[in-house]
Design a protein around this ligand. Structure first.
Ligand code: PLP
Length: 410
């Protein structure tokens, strides 16, 4: 395969036009949109407007006249259309970690006397840490049980209250069969909570069709919402009234501006809000989500699979003797929008690549991760990235001692 083949693939790409919706540095090949999505081109002017006009001129009236109060629902409804949910089933609030706490706590309290929360060893750390914190807090009412990925279904029993899994694994990109796992969980009388941080915005999802109970997801990865963007949460309509989330702040109250002493939950998904929305961050997230306007998620998924297949093929052709082990599924149906390679000197190699303008990332102890934002990653970017990977390996430049010094964020 040659670079010109990749140019031809870009010329035939029905999503090629979407790259103009982003601002990307000329000299960088950005393969880390699974950690921080690229900057939407509309964000700088929108932020200027929200700051100067809405905040500066309209001041507190903006809560009404500029729709600030509506942002959590409005952006939630837009995300709902990307993940196969109803307009009133998703709301934007807080962080993924906090949303996990709210939903897992609500589910555990609802499911008594069942008390086991089941998750996977090696799940994303914040998910495990939040569940450990909840376990400490509720005492007898919850036991966290962590099992190996392959044993999750076997671990289902009549004691299991809730299963918490991440749809696309953050290191390997391996996907769960969302529908099949959820069915098995339901058969055992448990509730299912999916973390969609590495799948929302990268592929088609069918939360309603697949009968998902609860889900959470990240705003700053494939949804391009900006660093630390607010997260989203999904509660199926059928559960919204029967669950009670414990962070019962005033924004989740039935009538926040009546200022009464006694908490009464808002109807529907609004109950799952806690405090005042972060308007500036929400304004950026709205632009991130708008980068999907007019785009079918099926096309996003198709391109994502092709980018991944191309990367693997080029690694086999160009880096065959580099000592890499493929750490992600080869079958694109079982893989999220990323490629993972394993190498004992992964950290140094990633640093060597970054010095060459290719931004991927490293996940300890030995995983090199390359994510594809199908709206802005081109096939030639994959070509150029693997070309530079091959050069880095041939040069041994990454053995240079300076690449060994680890920064705080890898
Ligand atoms: C990125 C990510 C998060 C992020 O959580 P924050 O609260 O935004 O820090 C959570 N879960 C998974 C699986 C992730 O990949």
């Amino acid at each position: 395969m040659m670079r010109s083949d990749c140019e031809a693939m870009d010329a035939a790409d029905s999503l090629a036009h979407a790259r103009k919706r982003f601002i990307l540095p000329e000299s960088t090949i950005y393969l880390d949109g699974n950690s921080l999505g690229a900057l939407p081109a509309s964000v700088p002017s929108r932020m200027q407007d929200v700051i100067a006009r809405e905040w500066g001129d309209d001041l507190v009236r903006s809560w009404n006249v500029n729709g600030w109060m509506e942002l959590p629902r409005r952006i939630g409804a837009r995300i709902a259309s990307l993940v196969g949910a109803g307009q009133d089933e998703i709301i934007v609030a807080d962080s993924t970690s906090i949303n996990l706490f709210k939903l897992a706590a609500a589910a555990v309290l609802r499911q008594a006397p069942r008390r086991v929360v089941l998750s996977e060893r090696g799940n994303f750390p914040t998910d495990l840490y939040v569940l450990q914190g909840l376990e400490k807090l509720v005492g007898e009412r919850m036991t966290l049980r962590l099992v190996e990925r392959a044993e999750v279904l076997d671990a289902l029993s009549s004691e299991v209250a809730l299963v918490v899994l991440t749809h696309a694994h953050y290191k390997t990109g391996e996907l769960y069969d969302m529908r099949g796992v959820t069915q098995a969980v339901h058969k055992n009388g448990a509730l299912m909570l999916w973390d969609l941080s590495h799948s929302a915005g990268a592929m088609e999802l069918f939360l309603d069709r697949d009968d998902i109970d609860l889900a959470i997801g990240c705003g700053y990865k494939y949804l391009n919402g900006g660093p630390g963007a607010p997260a989203f949460l999904y509660v199926a309509s059928r559960h919204q009234e029967c669950l009670r989330q414990p962070l019962s702040g005033w924004m989740g109250h039935a009538a926040p501006f009546e200022f009464v002493d006694r908490y009464a939950p808002a109807a529907g998904v609004a109950q799952y809000l806690c405090g005042t929305p972060a308007v500036l961050s929400m304004a950026a997230l709205a632009e991130g989500v708008a980068t999907f306007d007019g785009i079918a998620m099926s096309a996003v998924r198709e391109k994502s699979k092709r980018l991944g297949d191309l990367f693997l093929r080029l690694v086999a052709e160009r880096c065959g003797d580099g000592g890499f082990e493929i750490a992600c599924p080869r079958n694109p149906e079982q893989r999220g929008s990323q490629i993972a390679l394993r190498h004992p000197l992964g950290y140094e190699i990633v640093q060597g690549l970054i010095a060459q303008g290719v931004v991927g990332d490293f996940r300890a102890p030995d995983i090199l991760r390359f994510g594809f934002g199908p709206l802005y990653t081109r096939y030639v970017d994959v070509w150029d990235a693997v070309d530079r990977l091959a050069r880095v390996m041939a040069d041994d430049t990454w053995r240079d001692g300076r690449f060994r010094i680890r920064a705080a964020v890898t």
